[in-house]
Design a protein around this ligand. Structure first.
Ligand code: 0X9
Ligand code: ZN
Length: 482
């Protein structure tokens, strides 16, 4: 009763003049952006308010609230700063400018232009990628994807596969751009970039840029800050949080049974066609297992591994932490400004508990490192869900460095690239020499196996000849590529 969660400015205006509507005497819909400071020990109380949490850090939350909610935030020890008293008014002009489909990476794709980009890539490069329709949204829109590999018409279960998904949450627009950018680079840089070729030849990359197409369209036509899908809940409210609808620990902490909540879990696990579509990429339907997955969100600059539903440590914590740490190092090395540094760790430690999310389901069901990345920016004052458009491309680039490093970690070593830096150079040459002429000499290098190209247990002249065939220069002869 306290608010109409699905209200847009337009819908609200209509309701406000309706004297017969029971809600018409309620306050305005959430449009006030506040920064709430509170003693860190009170975080459970803050979350129990079931408000629209835009970000959360120790003792500070950015919340979108109705003006009538402001009173609920006035408590001893808490302080409220209004960052924007009408996010819809202030975002309107920016939103119009931020959506132009003609110039990629300087503005946001529409759903139509994102789908067209995938179709164009598949049409122009049919030997490198295949267009997928992985499901149909609740309003009947296709959920498109791209499978990238050098034999893309067939699923290669003998190759490692990594899945990248964007836009579970409609308003998190840059989470669409990052997977689209990964697709474009992998498909179009094949001839110019040996590392890309290696990925395309030896891995399968699955990309679903818009898990929630109805919500995404809604944010570009009706309500810029809509989060959920567009299910009509039948009680006057709309939307299920698709990142609370997966079938692992469904309905636990950080998910709501209230249909008007921004984190509504849905009527049942996998009640939504959008989560069914992602579920069905795995296992029985495709015969596919994934080596890893990344689900992109915004904002906060966090790289998070399971669990999300509990702060208890997950099984194999060390290997999950190694994945998020490696992603963090790669991503942060791609920019040169601490403002854009991401943090890494367990979801519940960096943010809040959330049950029924994609990462917990993928990890809990299939055991793969399923990572959630909250993209730029760090705070609402740096743009929040409206990332300044000049930061779209650097966000994509730094995340491509992370994503490609993740895929490479599942590939066999590159012959002659003994230090695994995708270049056969002098460092590899001295590595080889240190291993040369003798059985694998572990003390010289932690591993001389890679120098033993013919794997006969001896680093001999045969191996030297094959090493030299690949040596000298960043642009490997195609013959030297695996
Ligand atoms: O709440 C979510 O679904 C994600 N954050 S967002 O601001 N993009 O909505 C985070 C999901 C990861 N899990 C946890 N934070 N526990
Ligand atoms: Zn999100």
């Amino acid at each position: 009763m306290r608010r109409i969660a699905s209200a847009t400015a337009i819908v609200w205006a209509a309701l406000a003049v309706c004297s017969l509507c029971a809600e018409a005497t309620d306050a305005s819909p959430p449009a006030t952006l506040v920064r709430l400071s509170f003693p860190p020990a009170d975080v459970a109380e803050v979350l129990a308010l079931d408000l629209d949490v835009w970000s959360l850090g120790p003792g500070v939350a950015e919340l979108l609230v109705a003006s009538s909610d402001l009173d609920r935030l006035r408590r001893p020890g808490w302080s409220v700063a209004v960052l924007d008293d009408d996010v819809y008014r202030s975002s309107a002009a920016r939103t119009a400018r931020a959506v132009q489909s003609d110039e990629p990476w300087t503005s946001h794709h529409t759903l139509a232009s994102a789908d067209a980009m995938l179709a164009d890539l598949a049409g122009t490069y049919p030997s490198r990628c295949t267009l997928l329709t992985v499901g149909t949204s609740i309003e009947g829109r296709p959920i498109r994807g791209l499978r990238i590999s050098d034999d893309p018409g067939v699923i290669h279960t003998d190759e490692p596969a990594v899945l990248f998904v964007g836009c579970h949450h409609a308003r998190e627009w840059v989470s669409v751009e990052v997977p689209l950018y990964l697709a474009e680079v992998l498909v179009t840089h094949y001839d110019s970039d040996a590392a890309v070729r290696r990925i395309v030849r030896h891995a399968e990359t699955w990309i679903v840029p818009v898990e929630n197409p109805d919500g995404y369209v809604y944010t570009q036509t009706a309500d810029r800050f809509w989060r959920k899908n567009r299910r009509n809940n039948g009680d006057g409210s709309y939307g299920v949080d698709t990142n609370r609808n997966y079938g692992y620990a469904w309905g636990g902490a950080g998910a709501s049974a209230d249909p008007s909540s921004p984190v509504y879990r849905g009527a049942a696990p996998f009640s939504e066609p959008e989560t069914q579509a992602i579920r069905d990429l795995f296992g029985a339907s495709t015969g596919r297992t994934f080596s890893a997955a990344i689900s992109y969100h915004s904002y906060s600059q966090f790289i998070m591994h399971p669990w999300s539903y509990t702060s208890a440590p997950p099984p194999a914590l060390a290997s999950l932490a190694a994945v998020t740490t490696d992603l963090r190092l790669r991503i942060n090395a791609a920019h040169n400004d601490a403002t854009y540094d991401y943090q890494s760790g367990q979801s519940t430690a960096l943010l809040y508990a959330a049950s029924g999310d994609f990462g917990d389901w993928a990890y809990g069901t299939y055991g793969l490192p399923a990572i959630t990345i909250e993209l730029r920016p760090a705070t609402a004052e740096q743009g929040g869900f409206e990332l300044p458009t000049e930061q779209i491309l650097p966000t994509c680039q730094e995340n491509a460095a992370g994503a490609f490093g993740l895929i490479e970690s599942f590939l066999p070593p590159w012959p002659s690239d003994l230090d695994d830096d995708t270049d056969v150079d002098l460092a590899d040459f001295s590595w080889f020499l240190a291993c040369f002429n003798g059985p694998n000499r572990a003390p010289v290098h932690s591993n001389c196996d890679a120098a033993d190209g013919d794997a006969d247990g001896d680093v001999d002249l045969v191996d030297f000849a094959s090493f030299l065939a690949c040596f000298n220069g960043p642009d490997h002869l195609p013959a030297c590529e695996p």
